[in-house]
Design a protein around this ligand. Sequence first.
Ligand SMILES: [Zn+2]
Length: 177
Amino acid sequence: MDSKGKCINFYSATPGSNNVAVNDDEIEVKPAPLPEPRPLAGEERELLEFLLSGPVDSPELRAQAEMAMVWAVCSCGCASINLRVADDAPRATLTGPEVLPNGAAEISATGMNEDGEEMDVTLHVWSPNEGYYVRKGGAVLAEIEVWPTLAIGDSTYGYKKPPAISALRFSTHKWMI
Ligand SMILES: [Zn+2]
């Protein structure tokens, strides 16, 4: 998957900061903090639980998910959400192919939404207190990214309904091929 057009460069955005993340296109996207963190909506929770039910089997991440809150949504109006986990939720150690060369991790699935658009749904996991190295046991849920956010071929962008759970298939990590 090409990174061009990806929604949020979350590595440069930390909760409560004013950092601005910009993607490769000219549309600026960044986490837009909510006035108050909110629980995940029903479909968001289903998506999160699905992503944690696949090849990455982490009881710690599932425990984090139980109490996770949405602290920001994407400024572009897409369905991507930024997650905050409880301070006392267990941290995970990830060592499988989901770990990226930069030390963060991602769990991706792809599928077609009800409008016939092929979309990727990616759960980003990072370790904010350990230099992003999830291998060191500090892994926490960071973001569910829904991609693409832009309508291909024209300049409209905004909300695209994520694929139904039944349409999603876990993706092979390209860096393992
Ligand atoms: Zn977005």
